[in-house]
Design a protein around this ligand. Structure first.
Ligand code: HEC
Length: 131
């Protein structure tokens, strides 16, 4: 009788340990040592952002990403905006809501539905490294 009880307790705690150690759905970590900025760079490459945006200060179809983060941006409507997370996110999801002065509107495609908010955050982390 006593023995049966011990076995039962052991089996139950084993079950708990297995469940706690992620028998199902371990939170998916980015593989290896890849940082968000690394992932952002790969995304920017894969999504074609870097075909229109340089990272070395030269203007391509769109403005360069060099030194963009945290700086003031002149907009086509004469206003200015600060290139922070919210501004960059808006620029990616609704490129025509704030158009950069000297650059064409209706050129950059919206990435709404293509890039998740984590993707956008990773790209922002990458842009932050471009000083
Ligand atoms: C076909 C060319 C093209 C592609 C591809 C493109 N962009 Fe753009 N982007 C532009 C142009 C042109 C502008 C400037 C006009 C405007 O503000 O919409 C711009 C503006 C921006 C801005 C605002 C820049 C500033 O200096 O204020 C950000 C941020 C941006 N793009 C991010 C991205 C990201 C991220 C991607 C890829 C997921 C991307 N773009 C893909 C053409 C492009």
């Amino acid at each position: 009788m006593k023995r049966g009880y011990v076995v039962l307790v052991l089996a139950t705690s084993l079950g708990l340990v297995v469940a706690a150690c992620g028998g199902g759905g371990e939170p998916s970590k980015p593989s290896g040592t890849q940082s968000p900025a690394d992932r952002g760079r790969q995304l920017a490459n894969a999504q074609g952002c870097l075909g229109c945006h340089s990272t070395d200060g030269s203007a391509l179809v769109g403005p360069t990403w060099k030194s963009m983060y945290g700086h003031e941006v002149k907009l086509a409507n004469g206003q200015t905006a600060t290139a922070d997370d919210a501004y960059i996110t808006e620029s990616i999801y609704e490129p025509d809501s704030k158009v950069v002065q000297g650059f064409p509107s209706g050129t950059m495609p919206s990435f709404k539905g293509t890039l998740s908010s984590q993707d956008v955050q990773a790209i922002i982390e990458y842009i932050k490294t471009l000083r």
